[in-house]
Design a protein around this ligand. Structure first.
Ligand code: PLP
Length: 291
């Protein structure tokens, strides 16, 4: 069965699904997107993803003419038709197709596309015992990275630098009074643990408010863990007892080295391990998924 994609109301084979060359997402990055995890055939955390999507659309004044209920229905339909147990669904909404001009077109209907790809979440569970490495890169993105736009070139370059260095992720750092601050990863949120305190950068305009980040803070509140949301420096990260990252496609992964320097004893830490079990138990409770 060919992979299927959704384009403005139609489900088509991925190979023949397309948008007009004058789609504003292509020409200006004038588009927002979401990535949701599909586990056991079910979309995880659909509601918070839609809330974030709507917020981002409103920030940019893009009008998406489909209500939440039919949008959810179409997404679930595409997931079901693709038939994968473990996958990710990608949704992209651009301002539409129009003659190229920087200013908004007077009339244009938003273009909505969705794709579904198989994804190996079991590998993420295995990586809890090995951990991953990160490098650092300068955060040279625009000033509103809380909006999830497709304008990801700095993130793409940072991720490639990580790959070239044999690392999983690049943590983006920005100069500040007390030394370089770690904001987040190129496609993940960044966390450290020091003396039992779990620390992550606060939301605002400098990071994307990750859905996995939010879930972990909520899970922490329901258990014995509390999270301190404050900026932390690279020096603090290097001296941390543990470090980890979170995202939809990497719900929690221990970071065992930053820029080639071991974190703690260079092995996934015990608190990260406990958080990892909490995260995956929560996934099991929500969608009945097991590695
Ligand atoms: N930060 C950035 C820059 C991202 O691109 C992403 C996800 O794509 C995240 C953080 C994690 O967000 P989420 O947990 O919603 O996947």
């Amino acid at each position: 069965m060919p992979q299927l994609a959704y384009v403005n109301g139609q489900i088509l084979p991925l190979a023949s699904a397309s948008l007009h060359v004058e789609d504003r997402g292509t020409q200006f990055g004038d588009a927002v997107y979401e990535v949701c995890a599909v586990l056991n055939g079910q979309i995880l955390d659909w509601q918070p993803h839609v809330v974030r999507l709507r917020r981002n659309l409103a920030e940019l004044g893009i009008v998406l003419d489909i209500a939440d209920a039919p949008l959810g229905l179409q997404a679930r339909r595409l997931v079901a038709r693709n038939g994968y147990r473990d996958a990710i669904i990608y949704l992209q909404v651009s301002r539409g197709t129009a003659r190229r001009d920087h200013a908004f077109p007077a009339r244009s209907a938003a273009n909505l596309v969705m794709t579904v790809r198989r994804f190996d979440f079991a590998q993420r569970v295995r990586q809890l015992t090995t951990g991953i490495k990160v490098i650092t890169q300068a955060d040279n993105r625009w000033g509103r990275v809380d909006i999830k736009t497709v304008g990801l070139l700095p993130n793409v370059l940072a991720k490639q630098a990580a790959r070239d260095a044999g690392a999983f992720e690049a943590w983006l750092v920005a100069p500040a009074d007390g030394g370089d601050v770690v904001r987040e990863g190129s496609s993940t949120n960044a966390w450290i643990i020091k003396d039992g305190q779990i620390i992550t950068h606060p939301t605002g305009t400098h990071i994307l408010p990750g859905i996995a980040r939010d879930s972990l803070i909520r899970l922490g509140q329901q258990t014995q863990f509390t999270v301190e949301e404050r900026p932390f420096t690279l020096a603090e990260a290097l001296a941390a007892d543990e470090a980890f990252l979170t995202s939809t496609t990497a719900p929690i992964l221990p970071v065992v080295a930053i820029d080639g320097q071991m974190i703690g004893d260079g092995k996934p830490g015990p608190i990260t391990g406990r958080l990892g079990r909490l995260v995956w138990q929560d996934v099991a409770r929500q969608v009945g998924w097991r590695a």
